[in-house]
Design a protein around this ligand. Structure first.
Ligand SMILES: Nc1nc(=O)c2c([nH]1)NC[C@@H]1CN(c3ccc(C(=O)N[C@@H](CCC(=O)O)C(=O)O)cc3)CN21
Ligand SMILES: CC(C)C(=O)C(=O)O
Ligand SMILES: [Mg+2]
Length: 279
């Protein structure tokens, strides 16, 4: 088995220019599958609000939801670094609240790091966490927990002023101790400049082009399991939605015409036993 990935491995990969692969997972079985594929980092994203729970945003996700799913993912992983996403209003109230909930997420799930959205405004919390021994991943650009503040899901950092703000936030997160920073929906050239400006924190892009230190995608998006809207940045590598519909359709067909189960999928008994049973 390959050695467990740590925050130091990720920092080293940035120094060496080795691209970092990251994917979301929300349960034990998906975690086992993506870990076996050789993924470097697994994010138990609060996107589970959309993907697993069927909400229209990530806002309703609770600490209890995140703990439940992150613990399941950790049980399926041998090598990848597991990051637990801090849900909406689990860290925005105060630094004390942020530290308390980051501690809960690590303590009650066994994950390797936590992630929270925001720039300068969360740096005091990031500093408190890293000081307490909790590795932190930042998240700037499109921050879905602020969708109502941002006025919708839109690309961030499109003018020089907001682009400067993003660089400043990234540098502050790095100084506060974040070992990686997710850049979501940021123009390619801006994300590349942010990546160059950071010396220790690795950038992990989603809709941020190929100049970042790594990439992250939602597992059900890249596997083609999600129906409905797909963001422009998603590349699908399989059509599992159709594969599942076809396989279950075949199963239904076999049940209806009694071709399943056949002898190979049942348990035989000595005919004498049946005879004696009826007496
Ligand atoms: N399945 C899934 N995949 C994700 O990547 C994802 C989630 N869910 N839920 C949480 C957030 C929300 N995300 C989103 C949601 C919408 C857009 C979106 O509407 N993007 C537009 C770009 C708009 C513009 O040009 O400004 C697009 O067309 O892709 C992007 C990211 C990313 N995250
Ligand atoms: C899209 C990624 C970065 C995320 O935060 C999530 O899946 O919740
Ligand atoms: Mg998230």
């Amino acid at each position: 088995m390959n050695k467990k990935v740590t925050n130091l491995t990720i920092k080293k990969m940035k120094q060496e220019g080795t691209p970092i692969s990251m994917i979301t997972a929300y349960d034990y079985i998906m975690a086992q599958n993506v870990d076996e594929a050789g993924i470097d980092m697994i994010l138990v994203g609060d996107s589970l609000g959309n993907v697993v729970m069927g909400h229209t945003s990530t806002l309703p996700v609770t600490m209890e939801d995140m703990i439940h799913h992150t613990a399941a993912v950790v049980r399926g992983v041998k090598r990848a670094l597991v990051v637990g996403d801090m849900p909406f209003m689990s860290y925005q109230e105060s630094t004390q609240q942020a530290l308390h909930n980051a501690g809960r997420l690590m303590k009650e799930t066994g994950c390797d790091a936590v992630k929270l959205e925001g720039g300068a405004s969360v740096c005091e919390a990031v500093k408190a966490m890293t000081t307490a021994g909790i590795p932190v991943v930042g998240h700037i650009g499109l921050t879905p927990q602020s969708v109502h503040q941002l006025g919708g899901f839109r690309v961030q950092g499109k003018n020089s002023e907001t682009a400067k703000q993003l660089i400043a936030d990234a540098l502050k997160l790095e100084a506060a101790g974040a070992f990686a920073i997710t850049l979501e929906c940021v123009p390619t050239d801006i994300a590349t400049e942010i990546t160059k400006a950071l010396h220790t924190a690795a950038t992990i892009g989603i809709g941020a082009g190929n100049g970042t230190d790594g990439q992250v995608l939602v597992c059900t998006d890249l596997l083609g399991m999600s129906s409905g809207f797909r963001p422009k940045f998603v590349k699908t590598y399989a059509d599992l939605h159709q594969t599942i519909v076809d396989a279950v359709g075949q199963y239904i067909h076999d049940v209806k015409d009694r071709s399943f189960p056949d002898e190979a999928h049942g348990f035989a008994v000595d005919p004498e036993v049946v005879k004696a049973m009826k007496e």
